[in-house]
Design a protein around this ligand. Structure first.
Ligand code: MF3
Ligand code: CO
Length: 290
């Protein structure tokens, strides 16, 4: 961590002297580092001004998902969802973050049934009764990023599919309850994993949540196979996503060679995901997008 003079202005942008602003906060972080914990750098601890910017971006992201939720159903192509997201994002003054991200060709990810994530919208993929689909929306708004996803059941779905979708939501809620300042991300991730395992599911190991705010993907990586007492300490002002990809069968996955993006369950089992974006607060957390 960069050394700041006690009488110099604080790094958080408050305009106050460091010694009366974040000096003791930084000492607390240093104390964890001295005991061998992973700690965040200042770059990923957001200032109040940045948090307000991310909050506004999150509101746009939520509005886009609400717009999709009101229209999605049997007979809708995933391409149509992409058009809705693209249009609504522009109308609200945002930019769809996925479009062009590392060459990704569309404005949203739509992952159906055994697709784990990064399903690419297409005119050919028509949602039908019984499908479960994840719609993952990410927005850049006035310089700040937001990212959240929801599951949708198309018409009547099987008991197995409905239960999976509901249980994965409970996985995320379990994660939320475990977002507490000055505890480890590994405690949170492990709680999510234990919940999923208790319901007979597995969680994908290779892909997880991430820091977010000034960039689409920032430190830390948010894992669900992490051990309690490990991974980064959660510090007020940190902003990240909780987005477990939960499989009804085995945890193994593969990537579609033909597009280089879409991830599937290896065994063809159903997969579901909800994604929530939070900021850590002094008391616990605030939801930025869901
Ligand atoms: N929205 C995804 C996430 O939750 C990222 C998708 S990257 C994209 O992190 F390029 F596929 F959009
Ligand atoms: Co994400």
């Amino acid at each position: 961590m960069k050394k700041i003079g006690r009488n110099e202005p604080c790094w958080c942008g408050s305009g106050r002297k460091y010694k009366v602003c974040h000096a003791s906060f930084d000492e607390k972080i240093q104390g964890f580092a001295d005991r061998g914990y992973m700690v965040p750098s200042h770059e990923i601890i957001k200032t109040p001004e940045q948090i307000e910017g991310i909050r506004r971006s999150g509101k746009v992201n939520i509005a886009i998902l609400d717009y999709v939720a009101q229209r999605i159903g049997p007979g809708i192509s995933t391409e149509q969802i992409d058009r809705w997201v693209s249009e609504k994002t522009k109308e609200l003054g945002g930019i769809a973050a996925p479009l062009g991200f590392e060459g990704y060709p569309k404005s949203v990810c739509t992952s159906i049934n055994s697709q784990v994530c990064h399903g690419i919208p297409s005119e050919e993929d028509i949602l039908k009764e019984g499908d479960i689909v994840n719609v993952d929306v990410s927005t850049l708004y006035k310089g700040y990023y937001s990212d959240s996803s929801r599951m949708f059941c198309i018409g009547e779905v099987s008991q197995e599919a409905r239960t999976l979708v509901e249980d994965v939501r409970k996985c995320v809620e379990t994660g939320l309850k475990n977002v507490k300042p000055w505890t480890c991300l590994g405690d949170m991730g492990n709680a999510v994993n234990e919940y999923a395992k208790g319901r007979g599911y597995t969680i994908v190991r290779e892909i997880g949540g991430h820091g977010i705010g000034l960039a689409f993907h920032e430190e830390p990586f948010v894992s669900y196979v992490a051990k309690p007492g490990q991974e980064m300490i959660m510090v007020p002002g940190m902003c990240f996503t909780i987005e477990p990809m939960v499989n009804a069968g085995k945890a193994d996955i593969f990537i579609d060679d033909s597009n280089g993006w879409t991830v599937y369950t290896e065994d063809g089992s159903l997969s579901a995901q909800w994604e929530v974006q939070v900021v850590v607060t002094e008391q616990g957390y605030e939801i930025m997008a869901y």
